[in-house]
Design a binder for this molecule. Sequence first.
Ligand code: ADP
Length: 166
Amino acid sequence: MRIEANLGDITDQDVDAIVNAANSALAGGGGVDGAIHRAAGADQMHAACAKLGGCAIGDAKATPGFRLPAKWVIHTVGPRYRDGRHGEPEALASCYRRSVEVAEELEATSIAFPAISTGIYGYPREEAAHIAVKTLMDLQPKTLLLVRLVSFDDYGLSLYQNEMGG
Ligand code: ADP
């Protein structure tokens, strides 16, 4: 499995599955969530999410990608950051692990992640990038060949590059 980091918009990614930084109601929202719902087709995505019965923090559930280039959307719920001592690191790591597990169940060969929890949920970006890369590097998936970390800006990309060793 190869891990790469790119600059871009998560909704444009031509991979089997993209990951959504969702909320536990899977009700749609701002940031990545809003962009994915709009690009997939808000009505269809909303209806598909409504059937899933919500999602716990650190867990992940899939829907089709509808109008997106990606075949699937894996909705994961990141922790809201408080002070890092309320289980946030474990919950964030779990988002990456569970999303990869769900991708494997779907027999996806490629997956793209946004920087979960680093927007509205306030996770410090440096720590979040560290957890993302470390957690993914520890996994040994079977079907998944490519994991792409997608950053919306240069700073986020540089964080991933540092964590991946330059
Ligand atoms: P959360 O609620 O989990 O914090 P957000 O959607 O608010 O999630 O933001 C997560 C990260 O994704 C932020 O760093 C934000 O800059 C970035 N982001 C926002 N929109 C996009 C997009 N369309 N593609 C990729 N990254 C995005």
